[in-house]
Ligand binder design. Structure first.
Ligand code: ZN
Ligand code: ZN
Length: 349
């Protein structure tokens, strides 16, 4: 790579809903301490879709035009001055969030709560491109048995590591996962590996394909909330006790109407949906002694553990990838995502 080399990228071109283009843009160059990454696989997620639709509301406005995407893996193409921990040709995964290092949250060890965060594909150019640049400290060599498709899911898998750190699953416990999407089905695999024995997955009619994948990955009970009452179904499945662990990835504020009704005494809840409209009644939380965990993004230790999880074979990223696309097929990938034809839409670059 040298000079003004061009590369292909999916660019959010305008604030209008669904305004995007697949176009040639200048390839980035690695500065001192930076790594130029040749992207090999990159996943499409809910956040990308909300940016595409112009609905994303984050800590900072999305700078438009912007190259979308933030879940990826690749090969080191070139290293900037002073880079010593990776070299050209190495297969790598990489974190996409960096903190300012100066704010009180960064100084407290919570770069995920940085008040001036940087996030590939959200606050700057992302991974739906042939090349992306990232700082060396966020780039990790991949074990030989972790392929690019698996490693492209390290970002949502790191969220799952952080979430399990909060809810602390124990052998023989029960869990309900609301929403059989990527984060939901990564939790399913991880909770199963951690010894949770009752694994209930709640979804809707539109989740038929995803229910099938959930069953293959070890779900012990599937609840279609379009046709059955989720509280009745969960109580039936847990002999009236409710669940010890609840993971909410529903993409709908409506689930808050009944979340607490699913819980056993002293249960733990980890919630992902960002719903300003959601309402709940804290009385059940108090009476049941339930603990509710909120958090955002993740820290480097979660990312490193996510690599361990993939290498162990206990959790698979590519089990969730049933459709693969090229960057030129962006429109088809966006359609497949909307129609829930797969769990994870993956671009192979
Ligand atoms: Zn994402
Ligand atoms: Zn900061």
């Amino acid at each position: 790579m040298s000079g003004e080399a061009a590369m292909k990228a999916i660019v959010k071109t305008d604030t209008a809903p669904m305004a995007y283009a697949v176009r040639d843009v200048p390839a980035p160059k690695p500065g001192a301490g930076q790594v130029l990454i040749r992207v090999k696989a990159t996943g499409l997620c809910y956040t990308d879709m909300s940016i595409l639709k112009g609905e994303y509301k984050g800590r900072k406005p999305v700078p438009i035009p912007v190259i979308m995407g933030h879940e990826a893996s690749g090969i080191v193409a070139e290293t900037g001055a002073g880079v010593s921990t990776v070299k050209a040709g190495q297969r790598i995964g990489f974190e996409v969030l960096s903190g300012c290092g100066k704010c009180i949250n960064c100084r407290s060890g919570y770069k995920n709560m940085c008040t001036d965060w940087h996030h590939l594909g959200i606050t700057g150019d992302g991974t739906f491109a042939e090349y992306v640049v990232q700082h060396e400290s966020l780039v990790y060599p991949l074990p030989d048995n972790v392929d690019f498709a698996d490693a492209a899911l390290l970002e949502p898998l790191s969220l799952t590591v952080r979430s399990l750190e909060h809810v602390k699953p124990f052998v023989g416990e029960s869990a309900v996962i609301i929403g059989p999407g990527t984060v939901g089905l990564l939790h399913l695999q991880a909770l199963r590996a951690a010894g949770v024995t009752k694994l209930i997955v709640i979804g809707l009619d539109a989740d038929k394909v995803r229910f099938g994948i959930a069953e293959k990955l070890g779900a012990t009970q599937i609840v279609n909330a379009s046709s059955e009452n989720p509280v009745d179904a969960v109580m039936r499945g847990t002999d009236g006790r409710g669940v010890d662990i609840l993971i909410e990835t529903a993409s709908s504020p409506k689930v808050w109407d009944y979340l607490l009704d699913l819980m056993a005494a002293h249960g733990r809840m980890s919630v992902f949906g960002l719903y300003p409209q959601a309402q709940t009644q804290p009385l059940a939380l108090i009476r049941k002694g339930v603990t509710l965990y909120g958090d955002v993004a993740f820290l480097s230790r979660h990312f490193m553990r996510a690599i361990d999880w993939l290498a162990s074979g206990k959790v698979s990223g590519k089990a969730l990838v049933t459709k693969r696309f090229t960057l030129d097929q962006a429109g088809e990938a966006f359609e497949a995502f909307k129609n829930k034809e797969t769990v994870k839409c993956l671009f192979e670059v």
